[in-house]
Design a protein around this ligand. Structure first.
Ligand SMILES: [Zn+2]
Length: 336
């Protein structure tokens, strides 16, 4: 998440719309979600029957198991900035929960304005029968400039638990061989947060490194969608309509959300967000950020020690997780 934080302002643009200078970019009034992203049958290239069939095959998260991952991860690792004991505990927790899966680490030393630090992206791979792959990603570390009481329950914690839940579901699905559809890779990425409070040049170190690596080795060309999860545990869940995400993926995601009746949690605010999807967008990968960047009244819990488990809800993880997995199912069915 972006630094410089905590300074939010309410702009009054006809409608009163929340905008934050921390919101990774400007936020502006949006037309009603239905007008913008209405997923009529033809809009994603599938009939209603095809959508229903695809969604019936979609993986669905177990909210209680997912919630237990979030709680344990946050309790075990606590504050986990680069180079800290908490960071090592976070890596160990993720590795332990991917045991037996095909896991590949992208580990390197990163120069930053406050020194050199070890960075580790953890990638778990689940094979599919179709050529190409879909990536789900989340950062897991916390800001180095926040006090040790900061645990990032929502920011980094909730989406890490969500990806661990995805791992449990995918592991089950591939146990007898490759699953129908695209291969799925889970990326637990590192060093998303700025080391100082200067977002532009001092953040997204992990995904910048991985995007460059995957561009060089040809992986990037195989990625059908890079779907990012960030701050999705908020009990008051409002996933923004990010203009820096692929319009096509936003439409497909909305169709998945609509299937479950989740529309009230999607796309109420239109904004442009810079996050871990940005380095991949820059190399031509179709990306989407599933993010709720309004956390607490006036975003008051974000990047503060107030970001604790009691602000979160398993229901929000269920809504966002099922919408993300539904997006995968629609992509597998050939959604355009
Ligand atoms: Zn953050």
């Amino acid at each position: 998440m972006r630094t410089g934080a905590q300074i939010c302002a309410l702009l009054f643009l006809g409608l009163s719309v929340l905008a934050c200078n921390n919101a990774k970019s400007d936020t502006s009034a949006a037309p009603p979600a239905q007008a913008r992203a209405a997923a009529d049958d033809s809009s994603i290239g599938l009939s209603q029957q095809q959508i229903d069939a695809a969604m019936n095959s979609a993986l669905k998260i177990d909210p209680q198991r997912c919630w237990s991952y979030v709680k344990q991860f946050v309790a075990v690792s606590g504050s986990r900035p680069l180079g800290s004991p908490g960071h090592k505990k976070a890596e160990d927790y993720i590795h332990a929960h991917l045991k037996g899966d095909q896991v590949e680490d992208d580990a390197f030393t990163q120069q930053t304005p406050v020194g050199d630090f070890p960075v580790r992206n953890i990638v778990a791979k689940y094979p599919g029968k179709m050529p190409g792959l879909v990536v789900f990603a989340s950062h897991y570390e916390t800001n180095i400039w926040l006090p040790p009481s900061y645990v990032g329950a929502n920011d980094g914690g909730s989406s890490t638990g969500l990806l661990l839940e995805f791992a449990s579901l995918l592991r089950e699905r591939v146990k007898n061989g490759p699953m129908d559809g695209y291969s799925v890779w889970l990326v637990f990425d590192d060093a998303e947060e700025a080391m100082q409070r200067n977002w532009a040049s001092d953040s997204l170190y992990g995904t910048k490194h991985l995007a460059q690596k995957w561009q060089q080795d040809g992986t990037a060309k195989q990625i059908k969608a890079f779907l990012l999860a960030d701050m999705l545990g908020d009990a008051d869940l409002n996933i923004e309509d990010d203009e820096n995400s692929s319009p096509r993926l936003r439409k497909i995601a909305y169709a998945a959300a609509e299937h479950y009746g989740y529309q009230s949690h999607f796309f109420g605010i239109q904004t442009g967000i810079e996050d871990d999807h940005t380095p991949f967008a820059k190399i031509g990968v179709p990306v989407m950020d599933f993010i709720d960047l309004n956390y607490g009244y006036n975003n008051s819990f974000w990047h503060t020690p107030e970001d604790t488990l009691d602000k979160l809800s398993p229901k929000s993880l269920e809504i966002s997780g099922n919408a993300m997995l539904g997006t995968l199912a629609l992509l597998n069915a050939g959604a355009k």
